[in-house]
Design a protein around this ligand. Structure first.
Ligand code: NAI
Length: 333
């Protein structure tokens, strides 16, 4: 029996994500919470003949409490997306408050659940959740994940295109490390399961890195004011949630990148910090998943000089982003 919960389930990401989770045969209960429209979304999804029993709740009458009670996995896509005219600062202020409130709910009603944070900016919202959990004495670093899977999914797709084999995208594996915005996104293309042809120029390689780092901008521009990536994000969120659920059910050896607290595996984190030349409280890298969450934080392994420069550029930005999240909570309590 697995109960999955989506907080922000009526939104652009929340609805297709809830649909994909409803089609996951491992999920037996699906709790949907949002400040609007969840009864309708739940009624619609409940007609699909898959195992999950769906319930949709709103804030009145302890809706958050009822949704979270018994949850094994909680996915959070609640919050405002990027839109032209909305500054990153405005976005942070709104989403930080939403994530802080929802994290408080999880700390109270589902403190043992695996928590997957999609709400941006992930580099700061994950530290917010961690700090809220610490305040409530329920922080388990092994159970908190920033979802960076969309960067991984984009890397697979774009590498397959450049390799002239777009249909191979599902089998292309590229570790994407660092964080989840702009220059903090570091694709390790040298470790791609499907190496790029040696004919790819340095300029083309740099353009590919940039496209993976700023892939979200392509979607924001194409949607022309109507929001950011929702469908590809829903796919990525369901993909990562599916892996967490498989690990929870006992499958071993599942490895995927995620932005996690380095306290989840102090030994692995130490080796990683030595490679990075810096100690960070949170970092995205390949992690092994198990029944209790993070089993092992993997080291980077062999990377190129160019990738090493990308890591150097990512570290200070990440440090700032993490501090922003931590400070936000410390000032609010
Ligand atoms: P949206 O505006 O379509 O949906 C957000 C939903 O959150 C709405 O239904 C809204 O009612 C709900 N919500 C707001 N406050 C809430 C609260 N206190 N409790 C419960 N629900 C609440 O936005 P969209 O496009 O679905 O994006 C959601 C978030 O995901 C944004 O922060 C966006 O930046 C982020 N995102 C993250 C990505 C990633 O790779 N991690 C990729 C794309 C977007």
């Amino acid at each position: 029996m697995v109960k999955a919960v989506v907080l922000g389930a009526a939104g652009g990401i929340g609805q297709p994500l809830s649909l994909l989770l409803k089609t996951n045969p491992e999920i037996t209960a699906l709790g949907l919470f949002d400040i609007v429209n969840t009864p309708g979304v739940a009624a619609d999804l409940s007609h699909i003949a898959t195992p999950a029993i769906v319930e949709g709740r709103l804030p009145p009458n302890d809706g958050l409490k009822a949704t979270l009670t018994g949850a094994d996995i909680v996915v959070i896509p609640a919050g405002v997306p990027r839109k032209p005219g909305v500054t990153n600062h405005d976005l942070f202020k709104i989403n930080a408050g939403i994530v802080k409130d929802l994290a408080t709910g999880i700390a109270n009603f589902a403190p043992k659940a695996f928590v997957l944070v999609i709400s941006n900016p992930v580099n700061s919202t994950v530290p917010i959740v961690a700090e809220v959990f610490k305040k409530h004495g329920v922080f388990d670093p092994k159970r908190l994940f920033g979802v960076t899977t969309l960067d991984v999914v984009r890397a697979s797709t774009f590498v397959a295109e450049i390799n002239g084999a777009p249909t191979s995208a599902p089998s292309v594996v590229v570790p994407v490390i660092g964080g989840h915005s702009g220059v903090t996104i570091v694709p390790l293309l040298s470790q791609s399961s499907h190496p790029l042809p040696s004919s790819v120029s340095t300029e083309a390689l740099a353009a590919l890195v940039k496209r993976i780092q700023f892939g979200g901008d392509e979607v924001v521009k194409a949607k022309d004011g109507a929001g950011s990536a929702t469908l590809s994000m829903a796919y990525a969120g369901a993909e990562f949630a599916g892996k967490v659920i498989r690990a929870l059910k006992g499958e071993k050896g599942i490895v995927a990148p995620s932005f996690v607290a380095q306290a989840a595996d102090p030994e692995g984190a130490k080796a990683l910090a030595a490679e990075l030349g810096a100690e960070l409280e949170f970092f995205a890298s390949n992690i092994e998943l198990g029944k209790e969450g993070v089993v092992k934080i993997h080291s980077l392994g062999k990377i190129t000089e160019g990738e090493s420069l990308l890591v150097k550029a990512a570290v200070p930005e990440l440090q700032t982003n993490i501090k922003t999240g931590v400070t936000y909570v410390l000032e609010k309590y």
